[in-house]
Design a protein around this ligand. Structure first.
Ligand SMILES: Cc1cc2nc3c(=O)[nH]c(=O)nc-3n(C[C@H](O)[C@H](O)[C@H](O)COP(=O)(O)OP(=O)(O)OC[C@H]3O[C@@H](n4cnc5c(N)ncnc54)[C@H](O)[C@@H]3O)c2cc1C
Length: 335
């Protein structure tokens, strides 16, 4: 018979969600991981900065993680999307807060299947909203990247273009300058607008020999094989480039968090991020969040760490609830 009641339901089976499932599975928890199968870095052929897995496929890492979880019979990984979630009060003690061993959350999958769990972890990641430049989407993860630490080294000493649509990305540009003497910033952005470089930011770029192109970007140019070759400007000029780094806007996949009533706050990047403590706990009792869903800067190791912490914290809370329940069961009753 299909099991529909779990200790923990995890939405998202990327680095964060699977790491949490590993901790919980090892503690013999019954865990359902529902995964939409669209990790943020699926566009990249290789993943970097991940110790023991540097320059390997990000999809291979997740496949290995899923295979490892096969050792733990309490963990079930299900392909699909959680479409809806709600707080329930399985045994009258409230979600996550009381002694209750009953349900705290109910979810409905996109195919209509319904499940309940005592705790819930959201690790649904984010999507990157790219500037509206023809040819850019096709290059994402191939000739266009976001993070110097993830993909800069592979382009050392090459012609690096940087499209800045967010002042915070000036810092990333200076990091890229460590890797190549040939860095050009396109600060005028796209035909629909760019950013005004602050005088000190401009001075820093000049001081380190970073070229600043004042004309706006019209398109990313590729050769017949699809490899990035340059940047076309609005006046038709093509500037040769081997790679483009872009300040994408992070859009957290946070619909479930909002439905469940978690608290958000606007970060320095102007994006509304869910508020979590060091163990991934949100403001909603029993509801945790981890990985890129909580922080746009999260890399794979960071997501793994956050998921692992959240998984252990959830298990610890369940143990405490079980101790309280055992104590109340053994307490002497009044004559
Ligand atoms: C082009 C590119 C290259 C990158 N390269 C690197 C790199 O080299 N090294 C590095 O460390 N990091 C890299 N990153 C960052 C890396 O992708 C993230 O840090 C990492 O994927 C975050 O893991 P996560 O588990 O939080 O989210 P994700 O890996 O994005 O996983 C989230 C999962 O949740 C699923 N999901 C979403 N909504 C639902 C739902 N409602 N129900 C069920 N499932 C759902 C998604 O389908 C997805 O499978 C790169 C990112 C990009 C964009």
């Amino acid at each position: 018979m299909q099991q529909t009641t779990w200790d923990v339901i995890i939405a998202g089976g990327g680095s964060a969600g699977l790491s949490a499932a590993l901790m919980l599975g090892r503690m013999r928890r019954r865990v359902l991981v529902v995964d939409g199968g669209a990790p943020r870095n699926r566009f990249a052929g290789h993943m970097h900065g991940v110790l023991g897995r540097d320059h390997t496929s990000p999809l291979d890492l997740l496949a290995a993680g899923r295979a490892e979880l096969g050792r733990y019979d309490g963990v079930v990984i299900r392909s699909g999307e959680i479409a809806e979630a709600s707080v329930i009060d399985g045994d009258g003690d409230g979600p996550g807060g009381g002694e209750g061993l009953g349900g705290g959350f109910a979810v409905t999958l996109a195919d209509g299947e319904r499940h309940e769990a005592r705790r819930m972890l959201l690790a649904t990641g984010l999507r990157d909203e790219l500037p509206d430049v023809p040819g850019l989407t096709e290059q994402w993860g191939r000739g266009a990247f976001l993070c110097p630490y993830c993909d800069g080294w592979e382009h050392r000493d090459r012609r690096i273009a940087v499209l800045i649509t967010n002042p915070m990305y000036v810092h990333a540009t200076q990091i890229l300058r460590q890797l190549s003497p040939d860095v050009t910033v396109f600060a005028a952005g796209t035909a629909s607008g760019g950013i005004e470089l602050a005088p000190e930011a401009r001075a820093g770029l000049d001081a380190r020999g970073i070229a600043v192109e004042e004309r706006a970007v019209e398109a990313v140019v590729a050769d017949e094989q699809g490899a990035l070759r340059g940047i076309r400007l609005t006046d038709g000029t093509v500037t040769a480039a081997d790679v483009i780094f872009v300040s994408a806007t992070p859009v957290p996949n946070d619909a479930l968090l909002r439905t469940l009533g978690a608290e958000f706050a606007t970060g320095p990047d102007g994006v509304d991020w869910v508020q979590v403590d060091a163990m991934g706990r949100t403001s909603v009792p029993g509801l945790s969040a981890a990985g890129n869903l909580t922080d746009g800067r999260s890399s794979v190791p960071y997501a793994m760490s956050a998921g692992s912490m959240a998984g252990a914290a959830i298990n610890g809370e369940l143990v405490e609830a079980e101790v309280r329940a055992a104590l109340s069961n053994t307490a002497p009753t009044a004559a």
